[in-house]
Design a protein around this ligand. Structure first.
Ligand SMILES: Nc1ncnc2c1ncn2[C@@H]1O[C@H](COP(=O)(O)OP(=O)(O)OP(=O)(O)O)[C@@H](O)[C@H]1O
Length: 353
């Protein structure tokens, strides 16, 4: 994030429903022009947060600032932000042009200027200009998403909020629109805040990911950092396949450590996080070594994934197909990794289970 003052600041935001607290005094700064994805399991508070940000609901406590203006006290229709709903809420019987121009009409913009802007927005969203006269009903799912985005941009909002806009679409269309959204973000320079269940979407598009858990942010950082240096076993697991090795007094049960690894881990305890692709099969040399047998093997396109029974429990390993082990199920293997691939979390794994 840049050093410039944030466009959006959330301060000690709390939301309580009767005796249930959905948001526990959360803080967040979003930089101007940033693409922030908010991810988290079902019920973690993502929608509650967005509803407070766009003014569909009021916080129980805390404040929301847009630059130096406190906005949680301003009614939704007067907030200079905009939300792209998953359900689109387009007018189906009207034309594409009428839909895009709707916010401009509300603001009393003259007909000619409205049309000019709608055509510009069609260009921006890479829709043909003759779509201006087409009815929404005649548009495909992907085209409707683009029209909804064009309409959101016609509001000229300070921040665009997205609540799972792609979740109802099929895989290929979703992949296409992910790239288009990222590209649109770059071309408009707007601030995007994007809620999703899909970690993959978040990783493809965003500058930073905020991971929510039970009404709090567990970690907020760029995807690479969260992936390589998760703050907790929960985040590590949320970010994909992972191995956990308990570390007690600098030792991993059943594993041999190089002298460099012994020195680095001396006296420490917690959980070592190790990604499947960081483990090597039958390496020449490694800082951490374990022996085991192949329990299962899966082909993942260009890669192979193995489940290995080891003294440290079942471990997952992913290697390129050309590095596959000979012998298959039951074959003995040695697993190894470098010190740099090990990430230590102070929390014991059991605490997150
Ligand atoms: N109006 C409400 N009254 C009572 N509890 C609510 C209300 N709205 C949300 N909650 C509760 O607050 C918690 C957070 O809900 P929220 O919808 O924000 O989660 P979410 O992360 O968006 O989940 P999902 O990914 O399933 O949409 C849930 O436990 C939910 O049951």
């Amino acid at each position: 994030m840049s050093d410039a003052s944030p466009i959006l600041r959330i301060n000690a935001l709390t939301k309580t429903f009767d005796d249930f607290t959905a948001l526990h005094g959360i803080d967040l700064d979003v930089a101007e022009g940033e693409f922030l994805a908010i991810v988290g399991p079902s019920g973690s508070g993502k929608t509650t947060l967005i509803r407070l940000l766009v003014g569909m609901d009021d916080p129980t406590d805390g404040a929301i600032w847009l630059r130096d203006q406190r906005i949680d006290v301003i009614p939704a229709n007067r907030r200079p932000t905009c939300m792209v709903f998953q359900s689109l809420a387009l007018f189906p019987h009207r034309t594409v042009g009428q839909n895009i121009e709707f916010p401009l009409k509300l603001r009393g913009v003259a007909a000619k200027a409205r049309k000019d802007r709608a055509l510009e927005l069609l260009d921006l969203l890479r829709l043909p200009r003759d779509y201006y006269a087409k009815r929404i009903q005649q548009c495909s799912g992907g085209e409707k998403q683009r029209v909804a985005l064009a309409r959101a941009l016609a509001f000229d909002p300070e921040i665009l909020f997205f609540d799972e806009p792609l979740s109802a679409l099929d895989y290929r269309l979703r992949k296409t629109l992910e790239k288009e959204l990222k590209d649109l973000h770059r071309r408009t320079g707007k601030t995007f805040i994007y809620i999703t269940h899909s970690l993959e979407e978040a990783m493809v598009m965003s500058d930073r990911i905020a991971i929510m858990r039970a009404g709090r942010f567990e970690q907020i950082a760029p995807a690479e950092e969260i992936y390589a240096r998760p703050v907790s076993p929960f985040v590590a697991e949320f970010m994909g396949e992972v191995n956990f090795l308990p570390l007690r007094a600098g030792m991993v049960a059943g594993a041999a450590l190089s002298s460099a690894a012994q020195a680095a881990l001396a006296g420490q305890g917690g959980t070592l996080v190790l990604r499947p692709e960081s483990l090597r099969l039958n390496p020449q040399a490694a800082d951490l070594t374990l022996t085991g047998t192949v329990a299962a093997a899966y082909l993942l396109g260009s890669r192979m994934q193995y489940r290995i029974d080891s003294p440290a429990g079942e471990l997952t390993v992913e290697v390129l197909r050309e590095d596959a082990v000979a012998g298959g199920i039951g074959a003995p293997v040695t697993l190894g990794c470098d010190l740099a691939a090990l990430h230590l979390i102070a929390e014991a794994r059991d605490a997150a289970a």
